[in-house]
Structure formats: C-alpha cells, structure tokens
Design a binder for this molecule. Structure first.
Ligand SMILES: [Fe+2]
Ligand SMILES: [Fe+2]
Length: 195
C-alpha cells in the first residue's frame, strides 16, 4: 500500500474496510455467522466482549448526559460515573492488549492475506489508546472542577464529552471492522488454530 491509501485507511477517516482487506466478508455475511457450522465458542466470546464494551461505553455516556441535563447533582454524578468509566476503560485496554499480544499474531500466521488487515487493526488500537488517555485527562479535569465555583464543571463536562464522543466513535468503527475480519476468518479456517 502507498502512503496515500494507508492514510485513507486510518480509523478516523475510513468508512469500513475495503473488500481487498476484508476479503472473506462477502463469503460470510454477518446475518449467517451464528448458524455456520464453524461458529464456535471463541467467535461467540469475541462478539460478547464487543457487545459488552459497546454497552459499557453507552452507560458512561448516559450518566454524563444525565449530569449535563441536571438530572444528577455533582456527588451523585461522581458516584455513578467514576466506577463505570474506570471499568469501561480497563476492560477496553485489557481487550486490546490480549488481541495485540495473543490473538492477532495467530491470525497473521493463519493466512498471509490477513496480515495487512491485522496490522491496520493494531494501528487502530494505538489511535484508540491515545484518545483514551486524552479522555482520562479530561475526566480528571472534570472531577476536580466539580468542587469549583461558577460554571467550571459545566465547561469541563462539555470538554470531556467532546473527547469521550470521539473515543466512542472510533471504538464503534473499530469493533465493527474487526468483526468483519475476525469472524469470517474463524468460520473459514475453524477456531482450532487460534486457541
Ligand atoms: Fe480490537
Ligand atoms: Fe476486539
């Protein structure tokens, strides 16, 4: 790939994976995954983890929305927000580490044609991690602004929300693209070489 096409495939800029990277996708349509003979425990677990990350991310957004709509006071907000944000970001970080260290190398070994796609997913993780760090910094700023006078907390909540929305947008795109590579590859090759 040349530099221009690589740049266009950055997570923030692309709209799904191109067919030459997700080359098994057309043969294994999403709606048929669960009834395929090779759909096994690992594929099911992978999709469950992704569903749980989507859910945790939306729960954090819901609490922030309630605070910005003044349905939650500062203390109530903090009690609901801190454990959920921590849980979500820890689970996300752990999931990406396991993928980078344990699973992605196995997919690359499974089929040379998968290498480009898994390199791209790994670079998605780096971008998401960078945005995660920025989001945490803004969350800390918000928590310390909760006890400040005036509208400091409101402004900090707005700033946090902008960064958190970027993080969630990136994550949702990444999860969908990753599923388009991972699940068809499992159905095609079976799960045994990956376990
Ligand atoms: Fe991932
Ligand atoms: Fe994943």
């Amino acid at each position: 790939m040349n530099d221009t096409s690589t740049a266009a495939l950055r997570l923030g800029d692309r709209n799904g994976l191109p067919d030459d990277i997700a080359f098994l996708r057309a043969n294994y349509p999403r709606g048929d995954w669960r009834t395929h003979a090779n759909f096994g425990r690992l594929a099911d677990f992978w999709l469950q983890v992704h569903a749980s990350l989507r859910h945790e991310g939306s729960e954090v957004s819901r609490i922030m929305h309630a605070f910005r709509e003044r349905q939650l006071g500062g203390e109530q907000f903090q009690r609901a927000f801190v454990p959920r944000l921590n849980g979500f970001l820890q689970h996300l970080d752990q999931h990406h580490r396991i993928e980078d260290d344990a699973y992605f190398p196995k997919f690359r070994q499974l089929d040379q044609r998968l290498v480009t796609g898994f390199d791209l997913l790994e670079s998605d993780h780096a971008l998401i991690h960078h945005q995660l760090v920025t989001t945490v910094e803004h969350a800390r700023g918000l928590l310390s602004a909760l006890s400040s006078p005036g509208d400091a907390a409101r402004r900090a909540a707005d700033a946090y929300t902008g960064e958190a929305e970027t993080l969630l947008d990136l994550l949702l795109k990444h999860l969908a693209d990753e599923e388009d590579l991972v699940i068809p590859a499992m159905l095609h090759h079976g799960e045994r070489p990956l376990i």
